[in-house]
Design a protein around this ligand. Structure first.
Ligand SMILES: [Mg+2]
Length: 461
């Protein structure tokens, strides 16, 4: 027999509320709101009636272009999001008709609707921008930081590493890295690319280092190690057009230097120019199995199932390195990192956008069980911090970013500064050209000829 549940009647509830109200200030929340209180009520407190009304954009010209979007609602609350650096805002705007009229708080159903339009490299950027804006809205509506919507906070600050301009002189390169350490950074990455040795006869064949070239690369790493210390994590990137065999040669040569990881080594035979969106997990598995240098990749992969799962399931990677502005932003990157840690794979974060996307990453990373470091590509751009208000400045402070406890993403755009750095004219102008469906999966355009249940041909819905 099914156990009977105690019946809860409306009258019973009212009686309990009255009893609680009798306790006075202890249960202020149960008192009926006065007219003054009602007037001061946050309009966002009608979440069930919240609807998406519009999506608009602007594009900031910086070290890369930063396409920024705003999702508007019928209750004056809006959300900010960012498409992947060097992408375009249209990747998000084409999703507008799939979202308008829907409740932005239905984060997962909304994302489910647009997932089929997301892919690797920049084409993951539209989905990712929408994810950020939905979490910004939901955080504001519920009065919680975005990280609270996806998990618990495992850390109060996020460790940052930054890129550093290379030099053909190992001493100058090492000195630049030492200056990063002086600024408080505790995680480092250097580029070990063909440009460093292209002027040296016999060092390269078609962009790939010979044994002579590899020895010179090692002198660069040695110089940087001597400058920052052997006790500091040091990663490496941008090796040039390597195939699997060349990658193995490089990774083995670098083993004495205890790299934190070697990034995106295999550049041949993969998705798109540059090879930073690898789909060939088998080649990466062979590389991982051939060296003790930790291997990282993933900055241009979208999604757990679409991009990262095969690498993790097959132990084909030591460190995943998603860029949340491609990988699916807050909710999806959390899924990816949780799946990785469950399988003993570590997570670092690639990032090269504006403070909007940066703070979305910070909220996401705050919830990771384990984490190495997050990239910042803009520590040398003097006005980068000024693009937003609401967070402590400098945003990257002594090598770390503070995790906000303010609502949503915790930032607002500084309109004046953003307007000074627009790539294309227009600042969140109306976007009627995106009102109709431009991309879609299955949709009847209107009445269509078909047989009804009696076998008669009709033109109807
Ligand atoms: Mg990289």
């Amino acid at each position: 027999m099914r156990p009977t549940r105690p019946r809860v009647t409306r009258r019973g509830l009212l009686r309990r509320a009255a009893a609680l109200a009798a306790f006075g200030p202890l249960f202020q929340a149960t008192k009926p709101a006065s007219a003054a209180q009602t007037a001061a009520l946050n309009k966002n407190s009608a979440p069930s009636k919240l609807r998406i009304t519009d999506m608009r954009a602007c594009r900031i010209a910086s070290n890369y272009d930063y396409p920024i979007i705003k999702i508007y609602t019928n209750q004056d609350v809006y959300g900010l999001g960012e498409v992947r650096d060097a992408g375009v805002e249209g990747l998000a705007l084409v999703l507008k008709p799939h979202l308008v009229g829907r409740n932005p708080l239905d984060i997962e159903p909304n994302l489910d609707r647009i997932r089929k339009f997301a892919n690797h490299r920049r084409t993951g950027g539209g989905y990712s921008a929408v994810d950020m804006a939905l979490h910004d809205i939901a955080g504001k509506v519920y009065g919680v930081p975005a990280w609270r919507l996806i998990g618990s906070k495992y850390r109060d600050r996020i460790r940052i590493y930054c890129d550093t301009d290379e030099s053909k002189d190992p001493k100058i390169y090492a000195e630049r890295m030492r200056k990063r350490k002086d600024k408080g950074f505790t995680f480092f990455k250097m580029d070990i690319g063909p440009r460093l040795i292209e002027h040296i006869p016999g060092a390269l064949i078609d962009g790939v280092a010979t044994e002579k070239g590899l020895k010179i690369f090692c002198e660069f790493i040695q110089a940087v190690r001597d400058a920052i210390g052997w006790d500091q994590p040091l990663a490496a990137d941008h090796f040039g057009p390597l195939d699997l065999n060349a990658s193995i040669r490089y990774a083995r040569a670098f083993e004495p230097y205890n790299l934190a990881w070697a990034e995106d080594m295999i550049q041949i035979g993969h998705l798109g120019q540059g090879g930073d969106a690898p789909l060939n997990w088998r080649a990466y598995k062979t590389l991982c199995d051939s060296t003790v240098t930790p291997i990282a990749t993933g900055e241009s992969l979208f999604g757990l199932e679409e991009g990262f799962k095969a690498f993790i399931d097959n132990q084909a990677i030591d460190v995943i390195h998603p860029d949340p502005l491609t990988s699916g932003a807050i909710r999806e990157t959390k899924r990816i990192a949780d799946y990785a840690v469950m399988h003993g794979v570590r997570t670092a974060i690639h990032f090269a956008g504006s403070p909007v996307g940066c703070m979305a990453c910070v909220h996401t990373i705050a919830t990771f069980k384990e984490f190495l470091a997050m990239e910042n590509h803009a520590v040398d751009i003097p006005w980068w911090d000024d693009l937003v208000n609401g967070v402590p400045k400098p945003i990257v402070n002594k090598g770390y970013i503070q995790v906000p406890d303010t609502v949503g993403l915790g930032i607002e755009l500084n309109d004046e500064v953003v307007k000074q750095h627009l790539r294309v004219p227009g600042y969140f102008e109306p976007t009627p050209e995106f009102d109709k469906f431009i991309i879609d999966d299955f949709r009847r355009g209107g009445p269509y000829p078909h047989l009804d249940e009696h076998g008669n041909l009709v033109t109807d819905w």
